[in-house]
Design a protein around this ligand. Structure first.
Ligand SMILES: *[C@@H]1O[C@H](CO)[C@@H](O)[C@H](O)[C@H]1NC(C)=O
Ligand SMILES: *[C@@H]1O[C@H](CO)[C@@H](O)[C@H](O)[C@H]1NC(C)=O
Ligand SMILES: *[C@@H]1O[C@H](CO)[C@@H](O)[C@H](O)[C@H]1NC(C)=O
Ligand SMILES: *[C@@H]1O[C@H](CO)[C@@H](O)[C@H](O)[C@H]1NC(C)=O
Length: 620
């Protein structure tokens, strides 16, 4: 075991040390054309269509009390001004972000990304932590920090100030979709049933981002839908504070009187509307649905419904993006874990809450080690577009071996519910801008085949079309009928169970690569160790920060050909299983079976800040 840990350490530092070139998406020196006509139209005058790229950025945690040169030993907040906390922030600590980091990040976005993205997913925590007893946060400060952050987006994407005077309703040229973080309210974590003072406040702070016709619903519960590509794609901003286990003002999603219940009902209706309009949805939220032996961030009843909803609306949901945890990872929801009895009975689960993030990441791996084991090469096969989801007729192989292999293949596909692994759904968590490790941001690429000439929403279009009277899709496959029968014997849930996609409908963009499917993401990071040193050495004090590529999902290690559930399943299975076969009895052979995927996953979880060697996780 020791030797494998050592080896992984070497491997991980090799990963870290490999030179990463900065890859700006656009020429930073290009003159940004600013149109004077923009006040005539809310859409940027230079509408060149979609770029097939969006930004996911999260957990800025701006802190105006941050003091360059604070001591890091006796001040966990970098507020005291004596010591060596860096100018651009204090990487690898609990300190929040100085304004210099926030400003520089937006400068970088302006020069490198602004003109290449179609929308922004901004998943909360835009105020500092309440971690300094000397300066407790006030509601006023939280509001001001959030106004500051909202203004940053307006500065980046709009010449809206003139607009505002003319029309009273400013527009941004690129849709920005915010969501509540647990630190965007006071006291943190505590979010009451709406309407409340915070939903009202944020309806104002986020007025540039919440479509007019969604304001009412937003004030009710802090949730809203934003149509990103009219008639094609919407973002659904979830108020995860109602699912969050640490919010003691609410109690889950099973009881009709709870805002969590109402939120899930609202979400179901949104997804139903989008399905009926043949549109797709991205779900966004702050607190992710972490659900392992080590950590459950959501109330179990909310997780249950979420997993049921994401399974039933798998034809609609393109992907889900969260923040909060600051570590880079993803989670797989297994629809087989949905327990209707649980949703009716509303028992509380035992929760083991532990601090160590490395242990949490490790528990994910343990979970993935239990995934059905994919036969070699199965994910490399092309899926014929006309093939039934599960081919029950076993082909007659000429040889026994072939027959056996085919049987294994079929069995596996049955387990994962067809070639697209429709048994599962995936939620992605991007690490934070606040430099708990290194500041980081994520650029996701998605398929815009056939949509090239579409433009992003001007927020004028409405998403509130009424639902058709009859439900459009019913799962009528024999298998589903059987399941329905079985379900009747169970206790009846006291909520509407959404219909699954019809058995004849093709798999959604989360399952097979098609327009709007996520293809890959690139994680960028700023090496504050280097940048702070540069700043200190710079007599002129004009040095800037740079984001460099940390990794891309299609690199040599992750090798993901797209971001479909199938691809995540494949990666998770590799992380969980690869190297597992190496046995304790032959420790010499370990060297050949180092689990590269797991080692990289662990390194990337912490934005390349640590050597996996130092994490004290069983890396075997
Ligand atoms: C917009 O027009 C004003 C007055 O015509 C001019 O001074 C300004 O430079 C223009 N701005 C841009 C970005 O073209
Ligand atoms: C950051 O930008 C704001 C304007 O958005 C400005 O008022 C502030 O002085 C800047 N702070 C730093 C440290 O650059
Ligand atoms: C986008 O989806 C289409 C299928 O609709 C596929 O042919 C194409 O290869 C995909 N594009 C990319 C870049 O994967
Ligand atoms: C960050 O910069 C420091 C100082 O230049 C360097 O030693 C370190 O290897 C860099 N780390 C990464 C992950 O880029």
């Amino acid at each position: 075991m020791q030797s494998s840990i050592l080896l992984l350490g070497v491997l991980a530092s090799a990963i870290c040390a490999s030179p990463v070139d900065q890859q700006p998406l656009a020429d930073p020196h290009a003159v940004v054309e600013e149109s004077n006509e923009s006040h005539l139209s809310p859409i940027k005058a230079s509408t060149t269509g979609l770029h097939g790229r969006f930004l996911h950025i999260t957990d800025f945690h701006p802190d105006r009390y941050y003091k360059y040169g604070s001591s890091l030993t006796d001040d966990e907040s970098c507020h005291n001004g004596k010591g060596d906390a860096g100018y651009f922030g204090s990487e690898g600590t609990e300190c929040d972000s100085p304004y210099s980091l926030i400003n520089e990040t937006f400068r970088w976005l302006e020069q490198n990304l602004k003109d290449d993205i179609d929308f922004v997913i901004w998943t909360g925590d835009s105020a500092r932590h309440d971690n300094d007893e000397q300066i407790p946060r006030t509601p006023q400060e939280i509001q001001e920090l959030n106004e500051f952050m909202a203004e940053k987006w307006v500065d980046l994407f709009g010449t809206r100030k003139n607009d505002e005077r003319i029309s009273g309703s400013p527009q941004v040229s690129v849709p920005v979709v915010p969501t509540f973080g647990n630190n965007d309210i006071a006291p943190h974590n505590i979010f009451m049933d709406g309407p409340n003072v915070w939903t009202k406040r944020y309806a104002e702070i986020w007025r540039h981002f919440i479509p007019e016709e969604q304001r009412h619903s937003f004030v009710e519960g802090g949730w809203f839908t934003s149509e990103l590509i009219p008639g094609k794609l919407a973002a659904i901003s979830l108020n995860t504070m109602y699912f969050f286990d640490s919010n003691s003002a609410v109690d889950g999603c099973a009881d009709k009187s709870e805002p969590g219940y109402e939120h899930m009902e609202w979400l179901r209706v949104q997804l139903e509307i989008l399905r009926s309009r043949n549109m797709k949805a991205i779900l966004i939220g702050h607190v992710p649905p972490a659900h392992t032996e080590e950590k459950n961030l959501w109330d179990e009843t909310c997780w249950q419904k979420y997993t049921l909803w994401t399974s039933r609306y798998r034809d609609v949901i393109v992907g889900s993006a969260y923040g909060h945890m600051n570590v880079d990872h993803f989670m797989i929801q297994d629809s087989h874990d949905v327990d209707f009895d649980f949703l009716v009975d509303k028992t509380t689960s035992d929760r083991i809450s532990i601090e160590s993030k490395a242990d949490y990441i490790n528990s994910l791996r343990e979970q993935w080690a239990d995934l059905p084991s994919p036969p070699r090469g199965i994910f490399d096969e092309e899926i014929p577009s006309s093939s039934p989801k599960v081919d029950a007729n076993k082909k007659k192989g000429k040889e026994d071996k072939k027959k056996k292999e085919e049987k294994k293949r079929q069995k596996f596909l049955e387990k994962i519910e067809g070639p697209w692994a429709e048994r599962y759904s995936v939620s992605l968590v991007s690490p934070s801008l606040v430099p708990n490790y290194f500041p980081t941001l994520r650029v996701v690429e998605y398929n815009i085949t056939g949509l090239e000439n579409s433009i992003t929403s001007d927020f004028m279009t409405t998403t509130t079309e009424s639902l058709p009277k009859s439900d459009l899709r019913r799962d009528s496959s024999p298998n589903a009928q059987k399941k329905k029968k079985e379900k009747k014997e169970q206790r009846k849930p006291d909520f509407k169970v959404p219909d699954a996609p019809s058995s004849t409908s093709p798999p959604g963009p989360a399952y097979s690569n098609q327009p709007l499917s996520w293809l890959k993401y690139t994680q960028y990071y700023a090496n504050l160790t280097k940048l702070n040193e540069e700043y200190d050495a710079d007599a002129e004090k004009t040095s800037h920060i740079n984001f460099e590529v940390e990794y891309s999902t299609d690199d040599d290690i992750y090798q993901m050909k797209d971001l479909t559930v199938r691809s995540f399943f494949q990666l998770a299975a590799r992380i969980g299983k690869e190297g597992e076969a190496k046995s304790a009895k032959d420790s010499a052979s370990i060297s050949k079976k180092v689990n590269q995927a797991w080692s990289a996953f662990l390194t990337r979880a912490f934005v390349g800040f640590f050597d996996v060697n130092d994490l004290n996780v069983d890396t075997e």
